[in-house]
Design a protein around this ligand. Structure first.
Ligand code: FUC
Length: 816
């Protein structure tokens, strides 16, 4: 595989600023046997994570405020806390060979050494947890003298710092040394190298990458009886009952300054960081936690999934690693037990947790590891970059349906930023067009990219569909006006680029169906479905903005013409059975992936399902269409096992196939433990519930989260479909707060596999079209919020679909 080299360099030497021994074994740790979770959705473990790369991805617990993140290891003799900031990117707005196109970089680690206390004799009752209902991680253990030690870890958006509170209750005190180490690849890539300076309980480092300057700071405070001293080896705190760490960091990135992508000076940056830390340190700890939790919960509480078994909400008492193992073994049908189903609900919520924790404010999209990467031993897999042929898009699939529209903006603003950057414009010219912007498969924060597979130029269309989807869910016209030029110039690019084929249709020339088959062939199904969606979305946006008169009439006419004549990317061929018949019978019709080549030019069971864009994420194929069954057959032929993100896509596709049980089978497979290797194709999850490509890649987390929502509610066509793909195992439950196209918020309750109540809130007063597949809505009692009966109107030509009149702010309650 093309970028394995990045991982092969994991053996890079570690920079050693301090003299401690990183290999000495941990003290003896006996895990807790009785842990009461701080909240229902809590991941927990009875051992520290351990410090290696594999342990980082297997066991560390991620926290983040949407910009600043950390991984919690929970070590005792020697602990590591890694920290990341979303804009720490190397690279520039140019095209270069892989892997020099830029890279997202780990910021640094904080090492914490035990300086010789009662702990060396070993600890008991150890627990390490992550409460995702409140976004608080913690560690707790007891020493031989019954002193109880706790650590509470948050990354606060209101205070813009990561903060960790250490407390010792009992007769013993803590003595710890804290040292800061900039990430090894960061140091390697820096043009101005970072040096850590310790002074008066504060550690600071700063440096400069190709474009961006960065700066990070750690401040250590302790109770009055403790002593704090700083020297070249770090900050030592002795005899403390309470210690608080404050960590912050950032860069001078400015997405909209195309002259260098920066804003401000290095000293200004340093002073911003220092002020943040000072302000945070004056705040009371309880107030800081309260503000953080309230801020987080305004996102998290928008949706509540409550799956039930035997009338009771699902839950588990097991440590998360044991829960995952039991789920994998599936003894006695464990996956269908309350604990097995709880793991699925936990995973759904974890996707939302990761989304909120890694997406706030900055126009910086999630990279392949979201916000978290730990690469002390080398460069990240695929440079932790922005991959445009599925990965970056999947990272945002949950945003709109899971009621996190505002957290879609880091990607959407990035798209607007790079569409105007010199890099993407130059690439459009290089591809032979006079207009537009192009982003190839491997891209960076500045609109720069690698030259790998640079005939795959259709990602700009995919990006535009994200811009449009945000509008469909929010109906925010000011936003649409702002992003419209980016949509328009991508449409111009493709209107000019399409070539007329012998059959009279217009085709994308020499495209690629990621990531297999011919490197260059006209009219791949993928590119055609995308280009059709691009034109359709752009023309819809023009309608919504009513701005046709402001546009160049010749271009507009050309876009309309190409939209009419573009090949739809929908063709059928016959599966001949030459890849086996376990998943699909020979002779079955399948959707073509290539217009001209047969499916056999691809690979059996390939992870990408690029030709099924029409089914999901788009809504070009629907039940009843002649392409519906061939698309499902194609999907079946791709099999039920693949890499992490590929499983995430399959969950969504099976949901669109209206087969809830098959979608859940994908979830079953996706939730098995990944194994600890760095084998590139085994899929599954790590014990910290990060998705495994393998290695860790966050897209699979987001793909499955979106897929679970898609099983419970669909609205891609503009018709709200209630519980469209409910699996048998989720026979009872409820979910509140999912969003639908047209800005509706929907709560649903079900029992015995059937909808009992749906409440639809109209936030914008759009026409409401709704259907429920298992029972005709004509049999339901439909009222407004005050209980007054509403008469639904059957929509002609669309069996089972009803139109309901509801004003802005009004509610419709459907009861069976
Ligand atoms: C795409 C996928 C790979 C991997 C990489 C980061 O190229 O085909 O499986 O996820 O992105």
């Amino acid at each position: 595989m093309r970028t394995l080299t990045t991982l092969a360099s994991l053996c890079l030497a570690v920079l050693s600023a301090t003299a401690f021994d990183r290999t000495a074994p941990e003290y003896s740790v006996a895990g807790t046997t009785a842990f009461t979770k701080p909240s229902k959705h809590t991941l927990w473990y009875t051992q520290p994570a351990g410090n290696g790369y594999a342990q980082w991805q297997e066991y560390s617990l991620p926290i983040g405020n949407g910009e600043l993140g950390g991984s919690i290891f929970g070590g005792i003799r020697l602990d590591k806390i890694t920290f990341n900031e979303k804009s720490v990117w190397d690279g520039a707005s140019t095209t270069r060979p892989n892997p020099n196109h830029g890279e997202y970089l780990k910021f640094g680690s904080i090492w914490v050494e035990d300086m010789g206390t009662a702990l060396a004799a070993g600890v008991k009752d150890y627990v390490r947890y992550l409460d995702i209902d409140n976004a608080v991680a913690g560690v707790a253990f007891t020493d031989a003298d019954a002193t109880r030690y706790t650590r509470t870890c948050i990354s606060s958006q209101p205070d813009k710092v990561m903060a960790i509170r250490y407390e010792a209750k009992g007769k013993n005190r803590m003595s710890l040394r804290f040292s800061v180490e900039p990430g090894a690849p960061l140091v390697e890539r820096s043009q101005v190298k970072p040096e850590v300076v310790y002074s008066a309980g504060v550690a600071t480092f700063a440096g400069k990458l190709e474009l961006l300057s960065y700066s990070a700071q750690l401040s250590v405070k302790a109770d009055k009886k403790a002593t704090i001293s700083s020297d070249a080896n770090g900050i030592t705190v002795s005899n403390a009952a309470e210690i608080t760490l404050y960590i912050t960091g950032g860069t001078d990135f400015d997405a909209f300054n195309y002259d260098g992508f920066t804003n401000g000076t290095a000293p200004q940056l340093l002073s911003i960081m220092a002020k943040r830390i000072e302000a945070a340190a004056t705040k009371k700890w309880a107030a800081m936690i309260k503000a953080h939790t309230a801020d987080y919960r305004q996102y998290m509480d928008r949706v509540n999934m409550d799956l039930k078994q035997g009338g009771a909400s699902v839950d588990s008492k097991m440590a998360t690693n044991l829960l995952i193992d039991s789920y994998g073994r599936n003894e006695g049908g464990f996956r269908n037990s309350a604990e097995g189903i709880y793991l699925e609900q936990l995973y759904y919520n974890y996707g939302r947790y990761l989304m909120i924790s890694s997406n706030r404010h900055q126009p910086v999209p999630n990279n392949l590891q979201g916000l978290w990467v730990d690469t002390d031993r080398g460069h990240a897999p695929w440079n932790s970059d922005i991959h445009t042929n599925i990965n970056i898009q999947m990272n945002y699939w949950p945003a709109e349906p899971c009621n996190l529209s505002d957290l879609h903006l880091p990607l959407l603003d990035h798209i607007v930023s790079i569409s105007n950057s010199p890099g993407t414009k130059a690439q459009a010219k290089k591809a032979g067009q006079s207009v537009g912007w192009v982003v190839d498969t491997e891209s960076n924060l500045f609109g720069g990219m690698s030259s790998w597979s640079d005939n795959y130029t259709i990602a700009n269309a995919w990006y535009v569909t994200h811009l449009w989807q945000h509008y469909r869910y929010t109906l925010d016209k000011a936003y649409l006006r702002r992003v419209f030029p980016t949509m328009w110039s991508a449409a111009q690019y493709w209107a000019e680029r399409l070539v007329e084929a012998k059959d009279g249709s217009y085709e994308c020339p020499a495209e690629f169906s990621p990531e297999h088959g011919p490197q260059a062939e006209n009219a791949t199904a993928h590119s055609q479905q995308l280009v059709v969606e691009l034109f359709s979305n752009t023309l819809e946006a023009i309608k919504a903005l009513n701005n046709a008169s402001e546009l160049d009439p010749q271009w507009l006419a050309m876009i309309r013409d190409r939209y009419q004549k573009a090949d739809r990317g929908l063709g059928i061929e016959t599966y001949t059975g030459d890849w086996g018949t376990k998943f699909l019978a020979a002779g079955s019709p399948i959707l073509r992936e290539w217009k001209y080549s047969p499916y056999t030019v691809g690979q059996n069971a390939h992870r990408h399902t690029s030709h099924l864009m029409a089914l999901y994420p788009f809504s070009q194929i629907q039940p009843g269409d002649k392409y519906f069954q061939p698309a499902i057959n194609s999907l079946a032929q791709r099999t039920d096992a693949s890499t992490g993100w590929a499983m995430g896509w399959r969950v969504n596709l099976w949901a669109r196939a209206l087969d809830g049980n098959h979608a859940r089978r994908m979830i079953n497979n996706a939730l098995c433990h990944a194994g600890d290797g760095l084998n590139y194709s085994s899929g599954g999850v790590y014990y910290n519930l990060w998705d495994a490509h393998t290695p860790f890649q966050i897209d699979g987390n987001f793909g499955v989260t979106a897929g679970m929502a898609e099983m419970l509610l669909q609205s891609g066509t503009g018709v709200i479909s209630l519980l469209p793909a409910l699996p048998d195992a989720w026979a009872e439950g409820s979910i509140t707060g999912l969003k639908a196209v047209g800005n509706f918020t929907i709560d649903q309750t079900w029992k015995d596999g059937r909808l009992t109540t749906a409440t639809i809130l109209s936030n914008a007063g759009e026409p409401l079209l709704v259907q429920y597949g298992k029972r005709d809505l004509a049999q339901a009692t439909i009222t407004d919020a005050r209980g007054r009966a509403i008469q639904p109107k059957a929509v002609e030509g669309q069996a089972g679909v009803y139109e309901i009149t509801v004003a802005k702010g009004g509610k419709v309650v459907i009861r069976f």
